[in-house]
Write a protein that binds this ligand. Sequence first.
Ligand code: ZN
Ligand code: ZN
Length: 172
Amino acid sequence: MSEKELVSCDHKTVESSGTRKLVVNCKRCEKEHSLSDCLPSLILSLEDEYNIDSIIVSDFLEEQYIGSGVKILSQIRDIAGEMETFSSRGEDEKKCMECELKPSILYPRLKRKFIQDPGIIYEMIGNISVKVERKENCHRCRRSLVEELEILGNRAISLRSEVLKEGFDIIG
Ligand SMILES: [Zn+2]
Ligand SMILES: [Zn+2]
């Protein structure tokens, strides 16, 4: 996937008879007419939209996601949001300046990769866990990362169980 900046898809929220619908217009998105191509942008579209009951993605065809589909997409959004929050953890120690795991560098990168391909989260967590053991990282980052990775890991587990339950096909 290209390195160009990710932006949300054109979207709006429509409320009718007590339900909230996110209507995503992908007609002008550069993609190959499949949800997985627009997934990162769709996740970003969900970032400021909570309590959505259904999602309509329209390009040439119209696809509707309800129930579990919405839940899965919202879980991905929440994990990405957690990464965003972790990225602003303070970097107090001088060693943080050169720490390869400093949150302001690590998490934005992680978030970007994750929303492009949510299925790789386990691998990402595993890779970082290995790095956490290395001496060149500062204590503070190491200590915080252990907790943060556990939180992300638990969220990833519930995401996976939802995906498996539904056989939702956007995540490998
Ligand atoms: Zn789109
Ligand atoms: Zn550090």
